[in-house]
Design a protein around this ligand. Structure first.
Ligand SMILES: [Zn+2]
Length: 187
């Protein structure tokens, strides 16, 4: 099998990590060379490449599993927070990076690159602005928001993405009949 994460425990030595928990669908491994105690990875056993591909039982169980494992990590490490990252680069098998965080540790606690300027809001909240990467125009962001809103609320919003079809699969299109046809790209 070419995917390192699909090899499960067999691949752990190469990745310098050890399995600490598993159930039928998920496993949690801990880095043996991390920069903070408890630095871990949660991943589905099934080969699901990206978070955007999440479906089926894994989609249904992720919330509960995430709460359970992050709670155990926080308690064991006495961390203030557990950061949850899904970068999606690197190995194309979904892995959710979990990092217990305490103030002053090795973790970067901001999303933005560049020199950060803090701008205090009337509410007391602090807005972070990067000097190198100014915020994108509000108009553009509003257009993106409207587009996403359409995708999430359109007639096909709840329909799963159909498997990629080839010409030879066309007879399968019949199964979409009665559901308004196959969901089309933009919904
Ligand atoms: Zn895989």
């Amino acid at each position: 099998m070419s995917c390192l994460l699909c090899r499960g425990r067999e691949g752990d030595a190469e990745l310098r990590r050890a399995q600490v928990w598993e159930d039928r669908l998920w496993r949690l491994t801990m880095s043996l060379g991390g920069y903070v105690p408890g630095f871990s990875y949660l991943e589905p056993k099934r080969h699901i490449p990206y978070i955007t591909d999440l479906d089926g039982e894994e989609a249904a169980t992720l919330g509960e599993v995430l709460a359970k494992v992050t709670r155990a990590l926080r308690e064991e490490t006495a961390a203030e927070l557990v950061y949850v990252y899904v970068f999606g680069g690197g190995i194309p098998h979904l892995h959710i990076t979990l990092a217990p965080h305490r103030e002053g540790d090795a973790l970067y606690d901001r999303l933005l690159r560049g020199e950060i300027v803090e701008e205090k809001q009337p509410s007391g909240a602090v807005r972070l602005i990067s000097k190198e990467f100014p915020p994108i125009a509000e108009e553009r962001q509003r257009a993106t928001a409207a587009g996403v809103q359409r995708r999430l609320s359109g007639p096909n919003a709840a329909a799963p993405t159909p498997p990629k079809r080839t010409i030879s699969d066309q007879e399968d299109l019949s199964r979409w009949e009665g559901e308004g046809g196959p969901p089309s790209g933009n919904g």
